[in-house]
Ligand binder design. Structure first.
Ligand code: PLP
Ligand code: MN
Length: 394
């Protein structure tokens, strides 16, 4: 795990006001409630939950999730898997395709290392070349007798990765089974585009379509007399649908842990646990004009691909609208429509908390997450998390 510098370590036990800005803060009370609600949801629905670590990229958080009952962790990249493994995580699924031989060498090496410790690395594929190259890499690494679990990703409507549902998926499973170093581990069936459809009805309809693709594929596996050990997929937006389907055995939401402004714009499904915002950017006012204030968090402090951050916990008469001021600046305007008719602005040096538009890429902009407990006003720093997989893009 990454080293925590002394000045940050010294914050532990200190009041929140001692945290310099801009900083990425986790409200640990809210995060714990999110974890607890997810664990209960999964138990009630009889599904496993394998949270996606692309969100937090932190081995310590992965350990907390495991402690609460997570069945393991998803990652998108071999470098993310390596970062988690370095921090003691032993059960990892790369829910993504890897075909480059240099990366597959690393996959084979990590699979061998995790196997030796009683752990497990699994991976998704969507073409035969991916299967044969992986098998070759495992052979070269002399990865041992234990076969590696390989899941067939099917294209369930996102038109990103994935083999076409049905017979093509069966053929790929057969190609996996033909390799002594590989074992067919099941189906990866995730629809990213469905997560942020705004109404619960739209998301339900999208997953009904996904289920048609999955069921058609299951039918072809039945015909070929091949058992499917696991069907996995789902994100925070649609998980209620996959969990209730009776088809998915595992869900892989990530964002539920922190929730972002974009997810807050989704109409909540009645069956969805109440997930709270738990990730904030603490910022302060660094310049003031007659009609606007400027804070020290620009888009180097938060990702803006899914919209700008929102201001947290300001009463209507103090409502502010965040405008992008560039890399290092955020411009704050009185939001008259929301109730700030007096033109109120925060004072120079005043602290504000922002809710990021999109939590995954926001975390990836930071080296540390500062975990606080006890509320925004009276809370204290409890622990510092390193973003171990920050910049892990390969
Ligand atoms: N599974 C896969 C394959 C993903 O790509 C993602 C996110 O992009 C997730 C799960 C988690 O989704 P979310 O963070 O929206 O819960
Ligand atoms: Mn995301």
């Amino acid at each position: 795990m990454k080293h925590i510098p002394e000045h940050l370590q010294a914050l532990v036990g200190q009041a929140i006001k001692r945290i310099d800005t801009p900083a990425l803060i986790i409200d640990l009370d809210a995060m714990d409630r999110n974890i607890e609600r997810m664990a209960r949801f999964a138990q009630q629905h009889g599904v496993l939950w394998r949270p996606h670590a692309k969100l937090h990229k932190s081995a310590l958080i992965a350990h907390l999730l495991e402690h609460a009952g997570a069945s393991g962790h998803c990652v998108q990249k071999i470098s993310e898997a390596e970062a988690l493994a370095e921090g003691g995580i032993r059960n990892i699924f790369i829910s993504n395709e890897i075909v480059a031989p240099t990366k597959l060498e690393r996959v084979a090496k990590l699979a061998k290392a995790l196997n030796a410790e009683g752990g497990r690395l699994a991976i998704a594929v969507d073409c035969e070349a991916g299967v044969s190259r992986l098998a070759q890499a495992l052979q070269q690494a002399q990865a041992g007798d234990k076969a590696m679990d390989v899941l067939v990703e099917i294209n369930v409507g996102q038109n990103r990765c994935g083999v076409e549902p049905g017979e093509a998926a069966v053929a790929l499973a057969q190609a996996i089974a033909a390799q002594p170093s590989l074992r067919f581990g099941g189906l990866q069936a995730y629809h990213g585009g469905a997560q942020h459809l705004r109404t619960a009805a739209e998301r339900k309809a999208a997953i009904e379509q996904v289920l048609k693709y999955v069921n058609r594929t299951c039918h072809e596996f039945d015909r070929a007399r091949i058992a499917i050990p696991l069907i996995t997929g789902a994100g925070t937006g649609t998980m209620v649908n996959e969990a209730a389907s009776g088809v998915y055995c595992e869900i892989q939401p990530g964002s539920f842990l922190f929730m972002d402004a974009d997810y807050a714009s989704n109409q909540r499904d009645a069956a969805q646990p109440l997930f709270e915002h738990a990730l904030y950017i603490k910022t302060q006012v660094m310049s003031l004009s007659a009609d606007h204030a400027v804070c020290d968090a620009g888009h180097k402090a938060h990702a803006i691909d899914s919209g700008l951050p929102r201001l947290h916990a300001l009463p209507a008469e103090n409502a502010l609208r965040f405008a992008n001021g560039g890399d290092e600046h955020g411009v704050l305007h009185p939001d008259a429509e929301a109730g700030n008719t007096s033109g109120w602005l925060p004072a120079l040096g005043e602290t504000l908390w922002l809710i990021p538009g999109h939590c995954d890429p926001t975390v990836n902009l930071h080296d540390y997450l500062i975990g606080v407990r006890g509320g925004r006003l009276k809370g204290v720093v409890e622990r510092i998390f390193t973003v171990d997989g920050r910049g892990a893009l390969t």
